[in-house]
Design a protein around this ligand. Structure first.
Ligand code: SF4
Ligand code: SF4
Length: 95
């Protein structure tokens, strides 16, 4: 999800950071997490789990903004996110 401009008061806020955990054996490869993460943290991996599905792979965990959307959307409860004290890395996308 890309926006054409940044918020004018962006410098006033620190974007939270999340630590992502993927339980690969639960994944059924639906791709919701890849499609809907606003920070584009996931891609589908080429690996397969024991069920034969491709679990997501984390491209850059420092981008995670701890929004929790992936954990909320995953139909198999295969993702959870812990809050971290570190700020998320800015990848040029608006929140
Ligand atoms: S918590 Fe939000 S930003 Fe972090 S990986 Fe999940 S959907 Fe992406
Ligand atoms: S949303 Fe859950 S089940 Fe779907 S690909 Fe992501 S981790 Fe796997």
């Amino acid at each position: 999800m890309k926006y054409w401009r940044q918020p004018l008061d962006k410098h006033r806020f620190q974007v939270p950071h999340g630590i992502i955990h993927v339980i690969e054996e639960r994944c059924k490869g639906c791709g919701f997490c890849v499609e809907f993460c606003p920070k584009e943290v996931f891609v589908m991996s080429k690996r397969t789990n024991s069920k034969g599905y491709h679990p997501p792979e984390i491209t850059d965990s420092s981008l995670c903004a701890d929004c929790g959307l992936c954990a909320l959307l995953c139909p198999d409860f295969a993702i959870y996110v812990e809050s971290s004290d570190m700020p998320a890395k800015d990848n040029g996308q608006a929140e």
